[in-house]
Design a protein around this ligand. Sequence first.
Ligand SMILES: *[C@@H]1O[C@H](CO)[C@@H](O)[C@H](O)[C@H]1NC(C)=O
Ligand SMILES: *[C@@H]1O[C@H](CO)[C@@H](O)[C@H](O)[C@H]1NC(C)=O
Ligand SMILES: *[C@@H]1O[C@H](CO)[C@@H](O)[C@H](O)[C@H]1NC(C)=O
Ligand SMILES: *[C@@H]1O[C@H](CO)[C@@H](O)[C@H](O)[C@H]1NC(C)=O
Ligand SMILES: *[C@@H]1O[C@H](CO)[C@@H](O)[C@H](O)[C@H]1NC(C)=O
Length: 669
Amino acid sequence: MVAAAAWRLFLFFLVTAYNLECTESANRFHPAVKLFRKTNGKVVMDNGIVRITFLRPAGDVTEIQYNGVENVLETHNGECNRAYWDVVWNRPGEHIRLDRLRGTKFSIVGKDKNQIEISFSRKWQHSAWNSTVPLNVDKRYILRRGSAGFYTYTILERPEGWPDFEMDQVRIVLKPDSEMFHFMAISNKIQRVMPTAEDRKLGRQLAYSEAVLLTHPGNPALKGEVDDKYEYSIENRDDKVHGWMSKKLGVGMWVISPSDEYVAGGPLKQDLTSHVGPILLSMFTSTHYTGKDLNTRYRDGKPWRKVYGPVFVYLNSVSGRPRRSYRKLWRDAKSQMKKEVRKWPYGFLQSEHFPCADQRGSVAGQLLVGDKYVNQTLMTANNAYVGLAAPGKAGSWQTDAKGYQFWTRANEEGYFLIKNVRPGNYNLYAFVPGIIGDYKFEANITIKPGSETDLGAIVYHPPRNGPTLWEIGVPDRTASEFFVPDPKPFLTNKLYTHILSDKFRQYGLWDRYTELYPHHDLVYRIGSSKCHEDWFFAHVPRKTGNKTYTAATWQIVFKLRKPSFAGNYTLHLALASAHASELQVHFNDKSVKKPHFSTGLIGKDNAVARHGIHGLYRLYSIPVPRQLLRRGSNRIYLTQSRSNDAFRGIMYDYVRFEGPRELLVDREG
Ligand SMILES: *[C@@H]1O[C@H](CO)[C@@H](O)[C@H](O)[C@H]1NC(C)=O
Ligand SMILES: *[C@@H]1O[C@H](CO)[C@@H](O)[C@H](O)[C@H]1NC(C)=O
Ligand SMILES: *[C@@H]1O[C@H](CO)[C@@H](O)[C@H](O)[C@H]1NC(C)=O
Ligand SMILES: *[C@@H]1O[C@H](CO)[C@@H](O)[C@H](O)[C@H]1NC(C)=O
Ligand SMILES: *[C@@H]1O[C@H](CO)[C@@H](O)[C@H](O)[C@H]1NC(C)=O
């Protein structure tokens, strides 16, 4: 007993000493955080570095004072149109609605001299069913001592039995002052001086409202460029910090996302970041690059709760020569991002629904790949993506928006450790660069507070029916290795003329297909064609006139010395994207009415129009009866049959043709 008590006392001192050390050393020189309720329906948090004003009880941010600037937000906008959370939702079968998640009750959740956490909440009322999403809302904001910014997160929940609805989007919108902020940074490479909202109004709208040709920009250097917010989308995996900078003031404003656990669709889902406005977004859920394949349906009175965030809205400043300021602000924002990532999961949130590190668990293991046609021994899943997400089929994490996801990369030997997993029931999923298909570990994985699960060595056997006779592309879930054309010279975003790897972000590439293949569709010859030159990145319709399109049929020509009588062949078609398309496959005989294989109508990811080099991943492994093949030259016809507009289309990730197993020794080609 005494020993236990002494031990507890020791732990107490240890914890206290540690707390003192970390709070005091960071904060000694900073004033305590303060909270004021103003009589005009506002509430203010101030730590001497930033001062943030909220509308009470709605919970919109209306003013951020920083570095001598009265308000870094757009003061030309109304007070409730500067920084807010919102969701897009609908009742089943009804039109889409926007809900700003305005609170009806303000409360102080916690307050001492080191930190304030406040809440703007709303309980759903059945009488409000027409105007508000059927969820209880709790929006939280945290200001910490010595911190140049604030944290925000929102808890959305529905108890059992509440009505059905859909929620296609959850996000935070911040609108920095348009006179101050002109320079945007999304990544080390994607950074530029941006046009203004006014420039877009004066410009010429192109094929859809988001794409505008800048004809009369205030900054003449931007004349003739195309602006489209989707040119600045990025994968969740890479979206840790983005934002805006003011050269004049030497001030930057950023959204830092320390984790991906709360975003929909896993590491490869793309979404908007920042764009003309200036607008700064934090996207948690959206149907961008997925369409309604993303599961945004809340049904059957199933209870649900999710914590979105927290994200950190960070401000920084530099003094000295303004020419250098962009680079310094960006570098500092990245270094702050790394600090936030190291602090994850934050230990200072007051909500019981956000477990801190010691209430979370971990999963470790080693992923191996078994494919005897590549290597007789098991191979290590070098650099594999390994993640936990809601239980489902292999690959279902791509379309999950309701649960949390926890992803990591395996090392060269395939060893992985997924840390800081919230307690819950999951499946373990993986996919491996260079390998087709999706892995799922068969058993459910239950994470408990403090649990450490070691799965040992686990083996992924990717789809394989026989030896590879030929292949096109590399299995990386994108079409980036294929031929991406130059944009029309009068329809460019100059930024991407300097970033060759991101050429696919240019506007209008879909119409270049018909220019490149004016008389006949693409024919790819195994043995002589090259995928980065001869395989167009998107299988789009052929333009036949003024806004009229027809189906394009691509051909793959290959030789077989003699078809084997031992078994069937297999065609693996891995798709990187599909939009309102149907891919039909014919082997050698295009005249048969019923294609030998069809995907049926698939996809709504809109990746062609939105300059994505991929959307959702799909793999079709098609058995090819040997009777359909012949000795000598063979042709596979690929037809995208739903062709009545420019943006329908398929992107291929990878195509592989396999012979029967027995061909292993006697290779053909
Ligand atoms: C709600 O909307 C339905 C139609 O969707 C309408 O019939 C009903 O009158 C509305 N109720 C209120 C309180 O506005
Ligand atoms: C097969 O796997 C072994 C062990 O991982 C490795 O050393 C070897 O290079 C592999 N061979 C090929 C052809 O990939
Ligand atoms: C795994 O969990 C899901 C969802 O909770 C459940 O439907 C399924 O039966 C479980 N599977 C196994 C093998 O326990
Ligand atoms: C193309 O069609 C649109 C209407 O669909 C029409 O306004 C336009 O003048 C046509 N352009 C040409 C070059 O025929
Ligand atoms: C070959 O394919 C045909 C048609 O799909 C199927 O009926 C047959 O069982 C397959 N043969 C083998 C050996 O897999």
